[in-house]
Design a protein around this ligand. Structure first.
Ligand code: GLY
Length: 383
C-alpha cells in the first residue's frame, strides 16, 4: 500500500490497531462479560510498567526500534532517538524530517530537542535546513558542545562538521503540496484567467488524484504542525525524551515552534518523568507545557491529569472562548517514572475524523494505540 500522507498512515494504523482487538487500545472501554459484569480483558495497568516507550500516533510503527534498544540495556535517549529516526527518514511522513512540509519559500526547516534524564543534560536545534536527523543532531549538541541550543546556519555548519549528510529535504510529494499552497495563496502562482488551464491548475499538480487533492486542500486550509515526541523509560527507572518536527507548514522562514524549547515541547526530570507535545507550538511556549506537566506530576497528578492541566492553562489564556480555541489544536503526552502514561488533546479528534485522538505505546510486547483524554469533547478540523 502506498503511504504518502500522515492522515492516511494515521487512519491505517488506527484501524489495524482497532481490528487487532479492543483490549489492545489502552483506555478504550473494555469489553464486559455476557452478564454485563466485570471487564473480561484488562486495560493498561494503572501501576505502569518498565521498560516502556511512548510517542505521538505517527510513531506507532517506529517504537519497536526504541524498545529493541531498551531491551538490550541501551541508553534511554538512544532508544527514543532510534524510534524517531525511523519517522525522520520516512519520505512518506510529511510531519518531520525528510519530506516534511516546507516553509513559505519551499525550504524544509526542522526543530528538535532532547533531554537525558540520568545526566540531567539537554540539547536542541532550531530552524535547521538540509539535515534530516535533527533529533540526533540535538543529541550531538548535548554531547559535543558546552551549549544547549544551536540554530539556523550555525547549526547546519556544526552538523556538516559532525558528519551529518547535507541533502534536500523536499520530496516530490511535499513539493507538489507546496506548489498547490502557492497556487491557492496567490494569483501570481497559477495560470492567469486568460488561460484555459487556470481552473484545473491545482488538480493538474496531482494528476487528478482526488485523494491527494483532498489532502492538499486540507493542509492548505489548516496548516499542520506535525511532530513526533518520544519518551523512553528503562527497567531501572531512568527516563529520556526527544521531540522532532518540521514545524508549522508554510511558516515564515525562521519561525521556530515549541519542539526545540526545553520546558515546552520536551521536558524530563529523572525523578518524575517526561513530557512532550504536538500541535500549535506557540500556545505551548506561552505556558511552558512540558515543565508544567512535570511539576504537576511531581505534586501527585497522573500523567493524563497533568496533560489536562496544561490544556486548562492554554484555554484560560483565551478565557475559555471556544471560538478562539477552535482556531488551533494541541496535544500533550506524558510518562512518569513508574511507567504510567497518559495524553490529552484540546479537542476530541485528530484531523477531521470524529474518533478520539490517539498516541502510541510499546510496553515490551507490541506497539499499540491509546486514547488521548479530550479537554473539550467537540471535534475540530485542525490537525
Ligand atoms: N508543535 C510543533 C510546532 O509548533 O512547531
Amino acid at each position: 500500500m502506498e503511504r504518502w500522507s500522515r492522515r492516511k498512515f494515521f487512519l491505517a494504523s488506527l484501524l489495524s490497531s482497532l481490528a487487532a482487538g479492543a483490549g489492545k487500545v489502552f483506555g478504550s472501554s473494555p469489553p464486559v462479560d455476557a452478564a454485563g459484569g466485570a471487564p473480561s480483558i484488562p486495560i493498561a495497568s494503572a501501576q505502569g510498567t518498565r521498560p516502556i516507550i511512548i510517542s505521538s500516533a505517527n510513531g506507532l510503527h517506529a517504537l519497536d526500534k526504541g524498545m529493541e534498544v531498551l531491551k538490550k540495556g541501551g541508553d534511554t535517549l538512544d532508544a527514543a532517538i532510534a524510534a524517531v529516526t525511523v519517522v525522520e527518514d520516512d519520505p512518506n511522513d510529511d510531519s518531520v524530517g525528510y519530506g516534511g512540509l516546507p516553509n513559505e519559500e519551499g525550504e524544509v526547516e526542522l526543530d528538535a530537542s532532547v533531554m537525558h534524564g540520568p545526566t540531567h543534560r539537554a540539547g536542541a536545534v532550531g530552524g535547521v535546513r538540509r539535515i534530516k536527523n535533527v533529533a540526533r543532531l540535538a543529541q550531538t549538541v548535548m554531547q559535543k558542545t558546552n551549549h544547549v541550543m544551536m540554530v539556523g546556519e550555525g547549526a547546519h555548519r556544526f552538523a556538516v562538521d559532525e558528519g551529518f549528510e547535507d541533502m534536500s529535504l523536499l520530496t516530490e510529494h511535499s513539493r507538489k503540496i507546496w506548489l498547490a499552497w502557492k497556487a491557492a495563496s496567490s494569483v501570481n502562482w497559477r495560470p492567469g484567467i486568460d488561460s484555459p488551464e487556470w481552473r484545473e491548475h491545482v488538480a493538474a499538480i496531482f494528476g487528478g488524484d482526488k485523494e491527494k487533492i483532498a489532502y492538499a486542500e486540507r493542509v492548505i486550509a489548516h496548516p499542520p504542525t506535525g511532530t513526533i515526541p518520544c519518551m523512553a523509560l528503562n527497567e531501572k527507572g531512568d527516563i529520556s525524551a526527544t521531540t522532532t518536527t518540521s514545524g508549522l507548514a508554510w511558516k515564515i522562514p525562521g519561525r521556530v515552534g515549541d519542539s526545540p524549547i526545553i520546558g515546552a515541547g520536551c521536558f524530563v526530570d529523572n525523578e518524575v518523568g517526561a513530557a512532550g507535545s504536538t500541535g500549535k507550538g506557540e500556545e505551548n511556549i506561552k505556558i511552558c507545557g512540558g515543565h508544567t506537566i512535570i511539576e504537576m506530576m511531581r505534586r501527585g497528578k497522573s500523567p493524563e491529569e497533568a496533560c489536562l492541566e496544561a490544556l486548562a492553562r492554554i484555554a484560560r489564556n483565551y478565557n475559555n472562548d471556544k471560538k478562539k480555541l477552535a482556531t488551533f489544536h494541541i496535544f500533550f503526552y506524558a510518562l512518569n517514572k513508574d511507567g504510567v502514561h497518559g495524553a490529552a488533546s484540546l479537542w476530541r479528534n485528530h484531523y477531521e475524523e470524529p474518533q478520539h485522538s490517539v498516541y502510541a505505546v510499546h510496553d515490551g510486547t507490541e506497539a499499540r494505540l491509546a486514547e488521548c483524554k479530550p479537554f473539550f469533547d467537540e471535534i475540530n478540523a485542525h490537525g
